[in-house]
Design a protein. Structure first.
Length: 604
């Protein structure tokens, strides 16, 4: 959530801070602001709403200075107003903050008793007052920040300017709010992620949990949570301006849907070479159960994998959403194998699940899309999906890349556990090589999907149905529609229709049914008949074989290529994404930045 950028150097920073915030819009936000130091004084601009409002203010009141910070805020404490927008400031400091200060109420009460006057409703303002209070006692900015950090509880990232210090910027990170430090010639940078810094530098390092950094134009000194100077490895981010360009597409989401044949192919190539798996060795033979935890779309990827692991590898799987997992305090088998899935690698609930798994002496494997992320660094084994940076808030290419990695893990587990002989393994591995071409064919159905979106766009409620792996895929389809069109959508296992949801059906409730011709097709076909008998509009995703059985029954058939048990969820995900996308277009919503949502969820 939220976005941070900071620059300390020898050239004007205002316009470049604006440009950096543009690269962070994908994270989700509802206000934005800038602060610079000029002639020793703090100067601020803030605006409610989209970044365009801040840019218009900047055109009439540009901020001067060679040292500054910028922020896009996603409201947690306090309404998304200009008064609560960051940077927050007092006569001593200006700062921006991602995350939550959990003990802010206690700190605020103490600070008000000392005479501090608060201007915002945010938890963040306590940090500014604490630092100012210490500086009033003649501590240096570094000393004041070090003392302040010891008093804060929660997960947060901070970037701080100081009145009278034109060549100083201090950044700090605790918990699940990432911060990258960028290195330039005569300048230093800080950003929520490397994407924000792509136009400034490709040389970055990442602060570890508890680190804080003192930045000057000439360089940086990083301290750990014990205030001991440390070195963090500098990496090449391999990012460019094109990373956050829509190119020929109207939206990042559409661009990323169209990229999926390439990103799936890249993921396959990374882990499957000439039919040989290139995966780290894992103790599949010795475990009795696999534990999976994730959030949102990544959770649905894990749920599909549960079906795969149990059916193909005969391995029992327990899966839970990460926000519930650790609070259940589940018993985990000794030296068990646990799997985490996260697009950003910074999801706070998934990080908490990782900590619980580690405390239970688990071998932790993670599937992430960001190799330098917190989850990646703390896992025993990391599998990096090759989706590339995903800018649209609604996950698309990350989901199918995660599923591709999971399919390969299933093949490895099945062979190692003795449930796939070499012939069967080679057949299934060979089938995966057709995935990019199958996904290309699915994308060519966009015109028909656009027509189906007309039906959904008129609805207030939509149901999604599926059986087997198509059930969690239906859950994902419903989530996509909710996220970007704001239409209420629910998904059910098709066999559950008679246990309640069928009462909702009438001519005003469209039903989307995922029904490839598989071993559960006949059962699903019966459910389709039940839905049609209630007068509900039906859209069926199937293949040529399924269409032959359904063409006399259902008018709205989307015919997709023939797939296998491993390829079907990946191929069928794409039309569900396009269906949500075109429905959202017809509703006139903000496809890439849907309301109230953020790309990287770093608060509970």
């Amino acid at each position: 959530m939220c976005g941070i950028i900071g620059i300390v150097g020898n050239h004007p920073v205002g316009q470049r801070l604006i440009h950096g915030l543009e690269k962070l819009e994908y994270r989700g936000y509802d206000s934005a602001g800038l602060a610079t130091i000029y002639k020793g004084q703090i100067h601020r601009l803030r605006a409610e709403g989209k970044l365009i409002n801040l840019k218009e203010k900047f055109l009439t009141t540009p901020l001067k200075g060679h040292n500054g910070i910028g922020h896009t805020r996603w409201a947690t404490h306090g309404q998304p107003t200009e008064l609560n927008a960051h940077p927050l400031a007092n006569p001593r400091v200006a700062l921006v903050h991602n995350g939550i200060i959990e003990n802010y109420a206690e700190l605020r009460k103490d600070l008000e008793a000392k005479g501090c006057v608060f201007e915002s409703e945010t938890d963040t303002e306590v940090v500014a007052h604490l630092i100012a209070l210490y500086m009033d006692r003649e501590l240096t900015p570094q000393e004041a920040v070090a003392k302040t950090l010891k008093k804060l509880k929660g997960a947060f990232a901070l970037a701080i300017l100081f009145t009278g210090y034109e060549n100083l910027l201090i950044a700090a990170r605790q918990g699940g709010s990432p911060l990258a430090i960028g290195f330039g010639g005569g300048e230093m940078y800080v950003g929520s992620d490397a994407i924000a810094l792509a136009s400034l530098t490709q040389k970055v390092c990442y602060l570890e949990d508890g680190d804080w950094a003192v930045l000057y134009p000439e360089g940086v000194t990083i301290f750990d949570k014990e205030d001991t100077p440390v070195d963090r490895p500098i990496e090449d981010s391999h990012l460019s301006e094109n990373t956050v360009s829509k190119g020929i597409y109207d939206h990042f989401m559409l661009k990323e849907i169209y990229e999926q044949p390439h990103t799936i192919g890249a993921t396959l190539s990374a882990f499957l070479n000439e039919g040989v798996l290139n995966l780290p060795s894992l103790p599949w033979e010795s475990i009795s159960r696999l534990t999976i935890s994730a959030c949102g779309t990544a959770y649905y990827a894990g749920l599909i994998a549960k079906y795969w692991f149990e059916k193909i590898a005969r391995l029992s799987v327990e899966i839970d959403v990460a926000s519930e997992f650790r609070y259940r305090n589940p018993p985990l088998p000794e030296k068990g194998l646990s799997l985490l899935i996260s697009q950003s690698g910074e999801t706070i609930d998934t990080l908490a699940a990782l900590e619980y798994m580690k405390a239970q002496d688990q071998i932790v494997v993670s599937i992430v899309n960001v190799p330098g992320s917190s989850i990646a660094r703390q896992s025993d084994t990391v599998l990096v999906a090759k989706a590339g940076p995903e800018i649209g808030v609604a996950s698309t290419k990350s989901f199918t890349a995660q599923l591709t990695v999971l399919a390969l893990l299933v093949l490895q587990a099945s062979r190692n556990r003795g449930y796939l002989d070499e012939s069967a393994f080679e057949e299934m591995a060979f089938g995966l090589r057709f995935l990019p071409a199958l996904c290309e064919k699915a994308i060519t159905q966009e015109d028909q999907i656009r027509a189906f979106a007309q039906t959904l766009s008129q609805a207030r409620d939509v149901l999604f149905l599926g059986r087997g792996t198509n059930y969690p895929l239906a859950l994902e389809g419903a989530l996509k529609l909710k996220e970007i069109s704001y239409i209420h959508a629910e998904a059910y296992a098709a066999g559950e229709m008679k246990h309640g949801p069928i009462a909702l059906l009438d001519k005003n409730v469209p039903v989307v049914i995922v029904a490839p011709f598989d071993d559960l097709f006949e059962k699903t076909a019966s459910n389709i008949q039940e839905v049609i008998a209630r007068g509900a509009p039906v859209i069926v995703l199937t293949d040529n074989k399924g269409a032959q059985h359904l063409q006399a029954l259902a008018a709205n058939l989307l015919v997709l290529p023939i797939t296998t048990s491993l390829t079907a969820p990946i191929v069928y995900a794409i039309p569900l994404q396009l269906l949500a996308y075109h429905t959202a277009l017809l509703k006139g919503t903000d496809v890439d930045q849907p309301r109230n949502l953020a790309k990287s969820v770093t608060v509970e």
